[in-house]
Design a protein around this ligand. Structure first.
Ligand SMILES: CC[C@@H](C(=O)O)C(=O)SCCNC(=O)CCNC(=O)[C@H](O)C(C)(C)COP(=O)(O)OP(=O)(O)OC[C@H]1O[C@@H](n2cnc3c(N)ncnc32)[C@H](O)[C@@H]1OP(=O)(O)O
Length: 248
């Protein structure tokens, strides 16, 4: 089974689906490569909106594939993986097209970081999500903490990161993390939520994203995301001395 699917939907929407439902759509190196490829495709003139979702109705994404990344022991090894994904999420952040995460199910750890890098997040009724990294004695390592701190009010973002708890869809909407809760078909919900953008000229969409991207440059977002990956890599090595991950 291909670990990801890239498909063109109606009216210029490009959809990236993480296709590992039996692993709750955890991210491994193949999915990272697929996401890089899809983001490059999304920059093309024929694409107006880029959407990311997960296969099945259990999970959007359960973060990094803990079995695949279990072999990363040293700070350098961990940094290689974390830094690569931080680079991918920065490209997603500054993609000159509107982006949306369709949270079709649980979003945990790095799954929330991917969602944070998108302009909009919609969630299926009953889904849950949380930045649980703090419970694993690490932090966000893909740059998602830096992004969250800019996209949500600072006190709310800090509470979410420090508490590392799982929230319901309604709580996530109240916190401002998700922008709409849908009940029926995820793609239909996405196309409906993004219909305004899909009707506009690509030049208009790109112009607004260019305005936003200037802000990310002024805020040195790329550098901050890289530093976040580097600090997480230190904690990743240190976690081996803590019992939390010894069975994973
Ligand atoms: C590494 C990067 C780092 C970052 O920088 O952010 C992170 O992402 S840290 C966070 C890592 N992720 C997690 O800790 C999440 C672990 N998973 C869960 O909490 C739950 O699985 C779930 C996502 C809430 C879904 O729960 P549920 O629907 O009840 O499914 P199961 O728990 O029974 O899982 C089914 C199946 O999938 C495997 N699985 C789940 N998550 C991962 C994962 N992240 N990596 C690898 N495999 C995963 C799980 O082991 C089960 O496998 P089987 O027992 O073989 O069926």
């Amino acid at each position: 089974m291909n670990p990801y699917i890239i498909s063109k939907e109606n009216n210029g929407a490009l959809l990236f689906t993480i296709n590992r439902p039996d692993r709750r759509n955890a991210i491994n190196y193949e999915v990272m490569s697929g996401l890089e490829k899809a983001i490059d495709m999304a920059a093309g003139n024929d694409v107006k909106v880029f959407a990311i979702t997960g296969a099945g109705d259990q999970a959007f994404c359960s973060g990094g594939d803990l079995s695949a990344f279990h072999s990363l022991k040293t700070e350098t090894q961990a940094y290689g993986m974390l830094s690569r994904m931080a680079g991918i999420l920065y490209k997603l952040l500054v993609l000159p097209k509107p982006t949306i995460a369709i949270l079709n199910g649980s979003a945990v750890g790095g799954g929330c970081e991917i969602a944070s890098a998108c302009d909009f997040r919609i969630g299926r009724e009953g889904m849950k999500a949380g930045f649980v990294q703090g419970n694993l004695a690490i932090t966000t390592g893909w740059g998602g903490g830096s992004i969250l701190l800019e996209k949500l009010p600072q006190n709310i973002a800090m509470k979410i990161l420090l508490d590392a708890k799982i929230y319901t869809a309604e709580e996530l909407r109240d916190l401002g993390f998700i922008h709409h809760i849908y009940k029926n078909h995820p793609i239909d919900a996405c196309l409906s939520f993004m219909s305004g953008s899909l009707e506009k000229e690509t030049t208009v969409l790109e112009a607004y994203k260019t305005l936003l991207n200037k802000k990310w440059r002024i805020l040195s977002m790329r550098e901050r995301m890289e530093e976040e990956a580097a600090r997480c890599a230190v904690l990743w090595r240190m976690r081996l001395t803590i019992k939390k991950w010894t069975n994973s």
